[in-house]
Design a protein. Structure first.
Length: 430
């Protein structure tokens, strides 16, 4: 299901290429066996993980990621391998609240009981709908959406989910959002809860003179493909805006990180706006006039007070799980990955985000056995592989997103990392 990124102790190019061979069905039959949901890393899985690690010449943790294999068929009846990855350390694993599982069930009424085996295959069950704030691994949820879209021949499943998921489905957040005085205030509240709903996920706003760009992106690049989740998130945001403002509202533009080839007309009709693919993040562009216009029935002062109290309680109730303290190198790498393709990346700008001088950041990274240059290269390598594996991004666009002056410079750097050109790498992963 997901493109496997380089893990500790594994070769830079080996796991990805081998993972793609596994997807094509060359794996031993015994590996397709999966543990019962909730049983964790069973003895069978540990054995397979160690075997895979030795076979592929990679770290045993990568072997464990690769041993999570399920099968489904695409629209032409061909077999597809979905690689399911589990982080060894739960603190490193992105998660999502099961609140959003309801949207999938509601969008597939014709599936009936046929969806239950699919839920079990990905570690879910209908019984979990009674616990909407329970956390589940994000990669399993994203894989479930992609698998369901294929299994039930619903290529626009994410759009259908988002159009049916509105304020009423957000429970107590309904009251919080409808108490906002403007769309901007409501969307700010939405962004404030993003990490509580779905960890390791970016939702931010870039304010310009005329418009504001709202960006949504799962930060873990190994979680791919994720088209259904991206389209669910963006059309879901549009649905919320329409319910808060007016039903005739539409965005200035919509952008997706995945390719939209062959889907342009349907997406444009759905959003009533120009839609583009292969961007650095999933985005909607909204007019500032729309965002700052008072909403009908805007909150009075006492309502604003209730809103602040409700927000305080919800933030406390949905407190994020305690995560292990990150090293400075890990924090810097996260910031570099977030800024790539969206803003200028240099040592001084990253140091400023960490409240350090550029000199102090370099010194402390050296103490941790790395350097800013190494971290920048690591972030670029991960993003480059993800882009080349996931979509038909032109080399010139990839080079620009990764901060290279031109495609020739990017191609030379990529060949130094992997031993093959970007074009050959993309063809090998098709």
């Amino acid at each position: 299901m997901m493109a496997i990124e380089r893990g500790a102790g594994c070769d830079a190019a080996g796991p990805t290429a081998s993972a793609n061979r596994l997807c094509r069905g060359s794996h031993p039959p015994s590996i397709t066996k999966s543990p019962r949901p909730g049983t964790g890393l069973a003895r069978h899985d540990r054995t397979i993980a160690l075997w895979l690690g030795r076979w592929l010449g990679v770290d045993c943790r990568v072997g464990y990621w690769l041993c999570k294999v399920g099968q489904c068929e695409d629209h032409d009846g061909r077999r597809l391998g979905f690689i399911m990855q589990d982080a060894v350390n739960a603190g490193e694993q992105a998660s999502i609240r099961l609140l959003f599982l309801t949207a999938l069930i509601d969008a597939l009424p014709e599936a009936g009981a046929r969806i239950d085996p699919l839920l079990r295959e990905h570690g879910f069950s209908r019984a979990q709908l009674a616990s909407p704030y329970e956390r589940a691994p994000l990669h399993r949820y994203v894989a479930l959406l992609e698998h369901a879209a294929l299994k039930f021949d619903r290529p626009y499943l994410g759009l259908d989910m988002g159009m049916g998921f509105g304020l009423a489905e957000l429970g107590p957040f309904h009251a919080l959002l409808t108490a906002a005085d403007t769309l901007r205030t409501a969307l700010d509240s939405l962004a404030r809860f993003q990490t509580r709903w779905q960890s390791r996920t970016l939702l931010d706003a870039e304010i310009g003179p005329e418009t504001t760009i709202f960006s949504y992106r799962i930060e873990d690049q190994r979680i791919w493909p994720r088209r259904q989740d991206a389209e669910f998130a963006i059309i879901g945001m549009v649905t919320l805006i329409k319910q808060l403002a007016r039903n005739t509202w539409f965005p200035v533009e919509v952008r997706f990180e995945h390719s939209i080839a062959g889907r342009e007309d349907r997406l444009a009709r759905c959003f009533r706006a120009p839609v583009a693919g292969n961007h650095v993040a999933n985005q909607i562009v909204v007019r500032n006039d729309d965002l700052d216009r008072p909403l009908a029935g805007a909150a009075r002062s006492e309502d604003r007070k209730r809103k602040d109290i409700l927000e305080c309680h919800l933030l406390d109730l949905l407190r994020p799980d305690q995560e292990p303290a990150k090293s400075l190198a890990a924090q810097a790498l996260d910031l570099i990955a977030r800024r790539l393709g969206r803003a200028h990346v240099d040592c001084d700008s990253i140091a400023a985000e960490l409240n350090l001088s550029g000199r102090s950041l370099r010194r402390r990274l050296l103490e941790e056995g790395t350097s800013f240059r190494n971290l920048l290269q690591e972030a670029r390598q991960g993003r480059a592989r993800a882009m080349l594996q996931a979509s038909d991004v032109p080399l010139s666009v990839a080079a620009e997103r990764l901060g290279y002056s031109d495609s020739a410079t990017f191609s030379r750097a990529f060949k130094d990392w992997t031993g093959v050109s970007p074009g050959r790498f993309a063809r090998k992963t098709d």
